[in-house]
Design a protein around this ligand. Sequence first.
Ligand code: PLP
Length: 217
Amino acid sequence: MSLQDITARIATAEQKGGRAQGTVKLIAVSKVQPDERVRAVLEQGHRIFGENKVQEAAGKWPDFREAFDGIDLHLIGPLQTNKARQAMGLFNAIHSVDRPKLAKILARLAQEEGHCPDLFIQINTGEEPQKAGVLPVQADDFIAECRSLDLPLSGLMCIPPIDEEPSLHFALLAKIAARNGLAGLSMGMSSDFERAIALGATHVRVGSAIFGERVPG
Ligand SMILES: *Cc1c(COP(=O)(O)O)cnc(C)c1O
């Protein structure tokens, strides 16, 4: 696979789903990938990237930003409150807002700094104990709480359980977003982004299908 293959598959999925061309954003998930692979994708003109750790992103993206204009960096992994300020300086969007304590800190920092990244609330659609995210039954209350804090909510994000049909989870996420008037849906990865687009994804997070398998360690 390559960036070109993935963008072509996204275009086909948009067309099949009756979605306007170019409306689904491709977040190229570059975590753990060697710099030369990331640079190759930047050189092909791609600008939207995802990282799952603040520390790792802080180590590599400032240099890439010096070399390439217009980089749009998204945090897709869990955020500890003690890294919130650093994350706000580094990322254009955060997809992992998942608890009141974090929401309150982001709201306070947004006030202090006068800006805030676009925020997505992570929903634990599979209700998995080891996974981050707000439970579906708590979603409406948490969304209301974030709104009362004046946080700039773009939408919702989910990571379906690996052993279940993801479409059920994508449909649940879309339903929660619709009843709360949220437009953004961050869902779909290398193995299922076409199914996510069919169910309304606005942001797909694709790593290994673009960059190749992640090198462990
Ligand atoms: C790693 C990761 C992805 C990308 O996974 P691939 O299967 O390599 O496409 C997407 N979303 C999140 C939250 C991730 O951590």
